[in-house]
Design a protein. Structure first.
Length: 61
């Protein structure tokens, strides 16, 4: 959940996306159920992950 919070604080996810993804992962108790997350949430999470890596790379010396 820390990563989701970081994505939110970096404005890579909207508050609504953060809330929806967090709710889904709390509801989905298995990896298989997590993989059934709605496509629009997966896209948001994937994009935020890519952008977060870019953000972290820019901060590295």
């Amino acid at each position: 959940m820390q990563t989701l919070d970081d994505m939110l604080s970096l404005h890579l996810l909207t508050p609504a996306q953060h809330s929806d993804i967090r709710a889904w992962t709390r509801w989905a108790k298995t990896p298989e159920k997590i993989l059934e997350m709605p496509p629009h949430l997966w896209r948001a999470l994937e994009l935020a992950s890519v952008l977060m890596d870019v953000e972290m790379d820019e901060r590295s010396p």
